[in-house]
Every structure is written in structure tokens, then in C-alpha cells.
Design a protein around this ligand. Structure first.
Ligand SMILES: Nc1ncnc2c1ncn2[C@@H]1O[C@H](COP(=O)(O)OP(=O)(O)OP(=O)(O)O)[C@@H](O)[C@H]1O
Ligand SMILES: [Mg+2]
Length: 387
């Protein structure tokens, strides 16, 4: 573990350092005499796992809170003379993990380091090999959300996978409504507002449980909450979800902003959803050019044609030639069945299994489910929470 100590007193710094090494002899301990105002410079680039701030007071909280927002994975431990309920509450809100009274540094600090060691070893023992599948429409209304949501359901219900669906359409996301008529308990903006609390149980509690194995992290109800979600939050959420699900399906907004790019960067497969009409073909070409400029390899990109009807003026071959990418899957047009599924909030693959769309999506789920090796039994506290 990399542990940094911030203290304004040399003697105390050494005392804390020795107590830490006594508990964890393999720890890389660094730090020195710094003031909390210099926190960003103290932390940036050094990436410690644990930061111990000695002599913390209430006036340090804003700086600590800002740090917690930027580095939600950092374990913050304060050593303080202040142990009032109000101080502890503020520390908790700032995302501080432990507050240790100055008078009890040695034992309490060692216990705290022991708890952090335990948590980290348990987290490492849970495998983090969930596959990230991102979906985005080449042009608005192509059916990206519909396909993402139904495929996610199908991977869980038909393939026995554990699946998370994350809605990154922060302005007008509606993915949860495609698979459920229930109101999500929370949403991604609310999770990001309290990103310091992000762990398996917090994420799980924020998600809508569609089935025991299929959970949705919904978009905010109010589009004005979209700015609460930052790219680094998206990274933490996807990374955590990968530790707990076999598939993390992300409905990515077409805007290709920092958040979308964060999700796409982390994706094992990027599904571009198009239709066979000229505006879609043109925008598919534009999108693939952007992917090329981002140096995403073609092997990661999957072109899906939705609402496919044989015999149209533009053929699958035309699209493939224009985009320079093979069509991975075509999903037939079936207006009534799709509209009814969306209106009722019942996945089409559940309510209308024999419909042509369902057949295509079930096939796609089988294909993806078989390609991806079945994960071995999970272990550790995260899996207990999630199971
Ligand atoms: N294969 C299909 N056949 C018929 N209708 C479909 C099909 N797929 C999707 N639809 C319909 O298209 C509508 C729009 O789909 P959806 O919201 O998934 O598009 P989108 O690409 O996510 O749009 P946006 O860019 O606005 O996010 C859905 O409400 C659904 O009724
Ligand atoms: Mg959509």
C-alpha cells in the first residue's frame, strides 16, 4: 500500500510513520511536513492509496472534501484533537474513512490501517473482469437504448449473467423505462454527488432491480443535474460495476463529450446502432471516422443495423462499403411489438419472445454470453452484498 502522511510537526510525522510501518511493513510510506492548503500539490501525481492528515481541524474540511471528489478511491484518515459529533459528521460528509484522536495515535491508527488492508485485499480478490458493452446511436432515434436495454435484460434472463445497465444519457435518459415500470430508487447524478461513499453497497442501493441479476443505474430525472456527473465519476462507477457484474452495458449519449469518451475508452465492445436510410449511413460514416481518429481498433467496434427490412434501396452491403465495417447484427423492424414493449416497460424479449426483434436479440445475447468465459465464483464482501 502507498501511504502518504501530512503533518506539520517532524516528530509527529516520524511517530506516525513508525506506527504505520509497524502495522504494514511492506507499505511505501512517504510525505513530510506540508500544510493542508498545499494538498492538491501534495497528492497530484503521487497517487497514494491512503492519505493520513495529522492535526486536521474543521477548517481543513473544504480542502479534504474537494480532494475526496477528485480521488474517490483514496482512503482518508484524519488524526485530530477535535472529536465532537459535529466534526465527525463533517468529516464523514467529506468522505473521511477514519478519525483518530491525537491521544491514541499508535493503536487506533494501526487498527485503521488494518481495516484498510483488509478491505483492499477483499476488493482485490473479487475479479474485475466484467465486460463493458457501450451502445450509441449513429443518429438520434436509431434504437440504441432499446437494443442496449433489451440485450442487457436478455444476457441476465437468458444467459444467467449478472448485468448492470448504466444510463449515460444525462439530459433525457430513459433506459430504465424500457425494461421496467418501477421508479428507480436513485440515479447516476445522485451517486456522483456523494461519490466519496461509492462502494458496492452504495451503488447497488442506487440501482433499480429489474430482476435479481439485472440492475439499472438510471439517468437523472432532472436534466439540470447532469453537470453533477464528471468523467472521473464515470470511470469509478464503471470500474466498480466491472467487479460485480459479468456485463456492464452502457447507454452512451451521442454528444461524445468527456463522459461518453470515458465510457467508450473503457469499453470492450462499442455498438454503433444505425438504420438503412441515407441520414443514418452518412452519420455512421462520420462516427466511424471519429472512432478512427480516437484510435479505437475496428475489432472493438460492432455495427448494428436496427429496424432492418430486406429489399430497401440501401443494402447492408452498401452500408458496409461506406462505413468500412462489417455489419455485426441486424435487428428486424417490428413497430407494434417495439412500441408495446416501450409503452408497458416490459422488455420485448420477455413480453414477446417470439417476435422477430426478440429472436435477434436473444441470438445476440447467446453469442456474447458464449464468447465471454463464465466467471468463476466470486468471493469477498462485494459479492456478498451483490448476491
Ligand atoms: N427494431 C425496431 N423496430 C421497430 N421499432 C423500433 C425498433 N427498435 C427501436 N424501435 C423504436 O424506436 C424508438 C426509439 O428508440 P430508442 O429510444 O432506443 O432510440 P435511441 O437511438 O436511443 O434514441 P436517442 O438518440 O434519442 O437516445 C423506440 O421507442 C422503439 O419504439
Ligand atoms: Mg437513447
Amino acid at each position: 500500500m502507498r501511504i502518504k502522511i501530512l503533518s506539520d510537526n517532524n516528530e509527529r510525522f516520524n511517530k506516525i510513520r513508525l506506527a504505520v510501518l509497524d502495522q504494514d511493513s511492506s507499505a511505501e510510506v512517504s510525505g513530510g511536513l506540508w500544510h493542508v492548503d498545499e494538498l492538491p500539490a501534495f497528492i497530484d501525481g503521487s497517487g497514494p492509496d491512503v492519505l493520513i492528515v495529522d492535526g486536521a481541524t474543521a477548517k481543513d474540511m473544504p480542502a479534504l472534501e474537494a480532494l475526496g471528489q477528485r480521488r474517490p478511491d483514496l482512503e482518508l484518515v484524519l488524526i485530530s484533537e477535535e472529536v465532537s459529533a459535529d466534526f465527525l459528521m463533517r468529516a464523514m460528509r467529506a468522505g473521511v474513512r477514519e478519525v483518530i484522536p491525537t491521544s491514541m495515535v499508535k493503536d487506533s491508527l494501526q487498527e485503521a490501517i488494518g481495516r484498510i488492508q483488509l478491505k483492499r485485499s477483499q476488493m482485490q480478490s473479487t475479479r474485475s473482469d466484467g465486460k463493458v458493452l457501450s451502445f450509441l446511436s449513429c443518429k438520434g432515434g436509431s434504437g440504441a437504448t432499446f437494443i442496449a436495454a433489451n440485450l442487457a435484460y436478455s444476457l441476465a434472463a437468458g444467459q444467467g449473467k449478472r448485468v448492470a445497465l448504466i444510463d449515460l444519457n444525462l439530459q433525457f435518459g430513459d433506459a430504465a423505462m424500457f425494461v421496467s415500470d418501477q421508479r428507480p430508487p436513485s440515479n447516476i447524478a445522485e451517486v456522483c454527488r456523494e461519490i466519496r461513499r461509492l462502494d458496492a453497497s452504495f451503488l447497488r442501493a442506487a440501482m433499480l432491480e429489474v430482476t435479481p441479476d439485472f440492475h439499472v443505474l438510471a439517468a437523472p430525472d432532472d436534466p439540470s443535474h447532469a453537470p453533477d456527473v464528471k468523467a472521473e465519476h464515470v470511470e469509478s462507477i464503471i470500474r466498480l460495476a466491472c467487479r460485480n457484474y459479468d456485463f456492464v452495458v452502457v447507454d452512451v449519449a451521442r454528444s461524445l463529450d468527456a463522459l461518453s469518451l470515458q465510457a467508450l475508452d473503457m469499453s470492450d465492445m462499442i455498438f454503433m446502432v444505425a438504420q438503412l436510410t441515407l441520414p443514418f449511413v452518412r452519420d455512421s460514416k462520420r462516427l466511424i471516422n471519429i472512432f478512427h481518429s480516437l484510435e479505437y481498433p475496428s475489432s472493438r467496434i460492432r455495427l448494428v443495423v436496427n429496424r432492418y427490412v430486406k429489399g430497401g434501396e440501401i443494402t447492408l452491403a452498401d452500408l458496409e462499403r461506406t462505413v468500412g465495417q462489417k455489419v455485426f447484427k441486424s435487428v428486424p423492424n417490428s413497430y407494434m411489438a417495439a412500441a408495446s414493449s416501450v409503452n408497458l416497460g416490459i422488455p420485448i424479449v420477455k413480453g414477446q419472445r417470439t417476435d422477430s426483434i426478440s429472436k435477434a436479440l436473444i441470438e445476440l445475447a447467446q453469442d456474447l454470453g458464449q464468447r465471454t468465459e463464465v466467471r468463476s465464483e466470486r468471493s469477498g464482501w462485494l459479492s456478498h452484498i451483490f448476491s
